[in-house]
Design a protein around this ligand. Structure first.
Ligand code: NI
Length: 179
């Protein structure tokens, strides 16, 4: 078990396209996945991409609790169980873009409004070699698009249409509690 250091915006690895994983069963890939799981648990994040821990490989992991999905997308929306996704591909199912607030472990303390496709299909393999083929909408789709963007060297501010919405989360909290 190891908690890995997370690269922050400005580190060149975050702007670099990541490499395909040719041997998903390789011992070192398994070790990286275990360490990324430990790291994600430690920081209580929704998702993590390998380049964020200085490994330029096409590997992401994420989860969407049902409670978060229902807050973002309406009461009946379900989240997504914890998923490891290797060599993911995204297909846009619904071209409509919807705005939503995003944050990223590589930009600690910040959040901004980012347009994302409403509905996508994503495919890839999990850490046990099982094929994954899912459609996702709303917040689930947003998380997958955000994480997979990391594999192409894209950070969420690069997707923002209105940079005036880039905010320190401590300021959002101040506004909410009225201090
Ligand atoms: Ni991120």
């Amino acid at each position: 078990m190891a908690i890995l250091k997370i690269a922050r915006m400005g580190h060149p690895i975050l702007l670099q396209p990541a490499c395909k994983i040719n041997s998903p069963n390789a011992l070192e890939v398994g070790r990286l996945i275990e360490d990324m799981i430990d790291t994600l648990e430690e920081v209580s994040g929704a998702g993590l991409a390998a380049p964020q821990v200085h490994a330029s490989l096409r590997l992401v992991m994420f989860h969407v609790p049902n409670k978060k999905a229902s807050i973002e997308d309406g009461e009946t929306s379900e989240g997504c169980p914890f998923t490891v996704l290797i060599n993911p591909r995204i297909e846009v199912v619904d071209n409509e873009l919807i705005d939503g607030t995003e944050a990223c472990l590589s930009l600690p303390g910040l959040a901004g409004i980012v347009p994302r496709y409403r509905r996508i299909r994503y495919t890839g393999w999990d850490h046990l070699g099982n094929a994954i083929d899912r459609t996702a909408h709303g917040y689930h789709a947003r998380v997958v698009q955000h994480e997979c963007d990391h594999l192409d060297g894209v950070l969420y501010p690069m997707r923002m249409k209105d940079l005036s919405t880039l905010t320190f989360t401590s300021e959002i909290f101040r506004k909410e509690v009225g201090v």
